[in-house]
Design a binder for this molecule. Structure first.
Ligand code: HPA
Length: 303
């Protein structure tokens, strides 16, 4: 059996992050002990913590964080470190839209060779720091024929093909301080946050699609047959991230919001001269950043 992290491992990372922010004299209000996990909802707004996972290319949002302390992933005990170009690797703690945020600038993917438990390590550290609301962003391929590159999609539900194949971050001894052995996933993406996102998008005149996200391990893009299969079973977008973080966040009692940038239309036919590339994904992702930034800030302002 492979080794699993224990509560003490998450706490040593959380203590390290807390020590860095304490040294800055910034009143971030990072939870000092685990009892604050339960009482988060009663805290004044300015003391509530929101976790952000910023997908590829969302550097402008990371740069908008004020009074920021940036801690490279490799300095934090047990943290996985990013290996993909275009994915920065640092944890940023600071202020954004009147909220204290703990942001992962760049995320770690299963295809980089880490286990699913390792890639979700930071989410549990966020929880130990007192993060209550988790906002996940990603790049995804469009499966729904009505979706186009450059669209934003609110994740309403997901299909965890990787988890179904056994790579579930909750596998192994359960840590009851986080949550229950058999967590429900009926509403993995918190209804209140979905409504808030849709309402904010409407107010800002930003088009926000809604759909089901299919999680695959990558790193290869899907074959045309796989694309047709995923569409047939009801997925609207496909990508290589987010779902493990949702599972771990939900298990730990966090409220979860997921937003995909549709960076390409997944190719569903053989014998075409079209090709999906990482470069295309980064380019489209970049073009949508101003809108996505505006939407996320709008959501944070109303949290
Ligand atoms: N497939 C899987 N992951 C992706 C895609 C895709 O087409 N686009 C962006 N991430």
């Amino acid at each position: 059996m492979s080794a699993h992290f224990e509560l003490a491992d998450y706490d040593s990372a959380a203590d390290f992050v807390r020590a860095q922010t304490d040294r800055s004299n910034a009143a971030f209000g990072l939870a000092k002990d685990s009892t604050s996990m339960a009482s988060e909802a009663q805290k004044p707004r300015e003391q509530r913590l929101t976790g952000l996972v910023l997908g590829s290319g969302l550097n402008p949002l990371a740069e908008a964080i004020e009074d920021a302390i940036a801690i490279p992933f490799e300095r934090i005990p047990h943290f996985p470190t990013s290996t993909v170009t275009g994915h920065e690797g640092q944890l940023i703690v600071g202020q954004l839209a009147g909220q204290t945020v703990v942001a992962m600038q760049g995320r770690i993917h299963l295809y980089e060779g880490y286990t699913t438990e390792e890639i979700t390590f930071p989410i549990r550290v966020m929880r130990r720091l007192g993060v209550e609301t988790l906002i996940l962003t990603n790049a995804a391929g469009g499966l729904n024929p009505n979706f186009h590159a450059g669209d934003l999609m609110l994740i309403v539900d997901h299909m965890d093909f990787v988890g179904m194949a056994g790579h579930n971050p909750l596998r192994g001894p359960n840590i009851p301080s986080f949550g229950t052995r058999f967590p429900s996933m009926t509403e993995a993406y918190t209804p209140f946050l979905r409504r808030l996102a849709l309402d904010t998008a409407r107010n800002l005149d930003i088009s926000l699609r809604q759909g089901v996200y299919a999680y695959v391990a990558g790193p290869n893009f899907e074959t045309p047959a796989e694309v047709r299969f995923l569409r047939l079973v009801g997925a609207d977008a496909v990508g290589m991230s987010t779902v493990p973080e949702t599972l771990v966040g939900m298990h730990a009692g966090m409220r979860v919001l997921g937003i995909s940038t549709i960076t390409d239309e997944a190719i569903d036919q053989l014998d075409t001269d079209r090709e999906t590339s990482h470069e295309e994904i980064l380019k489209t992702g970049k073009a949508v950043v101003p809108q996505l930034t505006q939407l996320l800030i709008g959501i944070l302002e109303r949290l």
